[in-house]
Design a protein around this ligand. Structure first.
Ligand SMILES: NC(=O)c1ccc[n+]([C@@H]2O[C@H](COP(=O)([O-])OP(=O)(O)OC[C@H]3O[C@@H](n4cnc5c(N)ncnc54)[C@H](OP(=O)(O)O)[C@@H]3O)[C@@H](O)[C@H]2O)c1
Length: 340
């Protein structure tokens, strides 16, 4: 049966710094009738990304900000429940930029892909087989260019991207060192994600702990945080090190960018390379990454961890949850449609 009502999370106030639940509101609206060329998706999982902070920020970024009153932009995964679109049929599993809402009426353009991995959970298409895994794969292979024996250091190592980078680097034969916040996440890095060493950046001994964990220096640094963590790592880079600039999770307010140690001397002395990474540059190669990641999942070489929040009511506060570091792995919101 086609549902009549949709619940959506809309932006009501533009945040400065980390978006909080109070910046959003959940509204209910009718689901419009499908026109020719449209389809209706029942969203089952909503993604939560650190990048959503940028999608809400009015200052210059790589995407236009979400407008006040609009449904929050996000990846979501779900099932097609009605279709007047030639490429999609009822029952297809899809993922794409479908928004923080229970149902999406779309012309198909926001859909990134049909999810064809029927043996793997649909939610994985938002994490290890989605933006996080694909980011880890291309950032590491294209910019990091790992070689067996390299030491690879990763920040936000217990998170979705970081845990994947660590595991892919291990598969490539590297020594892997994860940086994360707190002893519980350190254990997670070692015991679940198989890092060779894990260092707590919140500890007073962070700098000496990192030195002990990287006795041969750092060949690749996958940087998801910027800030103090990166200042410490950059001091340990080796000749011809590669620094992947992938995220800035430690910088709370982009309008008040902190000044820090200058890194030019380290780059120069070590003939090192630092390069920004944007997943959007690799959209045309998405399937290549998904195929390889799915194969590693099936063989057990790669594991994926999820932190699941239940119900759309949890979505407005979920970005702040990420920035408090409360997630162990990919943060997603599961929608319950059982009562419909
Ligand atoms: N460039 C791209 O195309 C691209 C694509 C996808 C993701 N990314 C970036 O990749 C990074 C990780 O994304 P994700 O989705 O995998 O998120 P995630 O790592 O699952 O979650 C974010 C993590 O950031 C850490 N964090 C929060 N505040 C911090 C602070 N002040 N200092 C240091 N760490 C802090 C927390 O881990 P701890 O508890 O360990 O601190 C938190 O769990 C983000 O920076 C994101 O923007 C970039």
């Amino acid at each position: 049966m086609i549902p009549q009502r949709n619940r959506r999370v809309i932006l009501i106030q533009r945040p400065v710094g980390i978006p909080q639940a109070s910046h959003f509101e959940i509204v209910e609206s009718p689901i419009p009738e499908l026109h020719s060329g449209q389809l209706l998706v029942r969203n089952e999982f909503l993604s939560v990304e650190p990048a959503m902070r940028g999608w809400l920020n009015a200052t210059a970024n790589y995407a236009d900000p979400v407008a006040i009153g609009d449904t929050m932009r996000s990846f979501a995964a779900g099932t097609v429940i009605a279709s007047k679109h030639p490429l999609y049929a009822e029952g297809d599993r899809v993922m794409g930029m479908l928004g923080w809402q229970e149902y999406a009426v779309t012309d198909g353009k926001p859909i990134r892909r049909k999810v064809l991995e029927a043996d793997l959970p649909l939610s994985y298409s938002l994490g290890i087989l989605g933006i996080n895994g694909v980011t880890a794969y291309f950032a590491l292979t294209e910019i990091g260019q790992p070689r067996p024996g390299d030491t690879v250091v990763v920040s936000t190592a217990a998170g979705a991207v970081g845990s994947a980078v660590g595991q892919l680097a291990r598969i490539a034969g590297c020594r892997t060192v994860g940086i994360t916040g707190g002893a519980t996440k350190q254990q997670l890095c070692l015991e679940k994600f198989g890092f060779d060493a894990a260092v707590d950046y919140k500890s007073a001994s962070f700098e000496t702990d990192l030195a002990a964990a990287t006795p041969n220096g750092v060949d690749i640094y996958h940087d998801n945080t910027a800030g103090y963590i990166s200042d410490v790592v950059v001091r340990r880079i080796n000749k011809r090190a590669r620094i992947i600039c992938c995220g800035t999770a430690s910088v709370a307010n982009w309008d008040d960018w902190p000044s820090g140690p200058r890194i030019e001397r380290h780059l120069l002395n070590k003939a090192a390379r630092m390069e920004g990474f944007l997943i959007w540059d690799y959209e045309h190669r998405y399937e290549e990454a998904v195929t390889r990641l799915a194969a590693w999942l099936r063989s057990g070489q790669l594991i994926h961890s999820e932190e699941i929040l239940e119900g759309i009511e949890q979505a407005p506060g979920a970005i702040a949850t990420l920035y408090r570091g409360e997630n162990r792995g990919k943060l997603i919101v599961r929608l319950d449609h059982s009562a419909e």
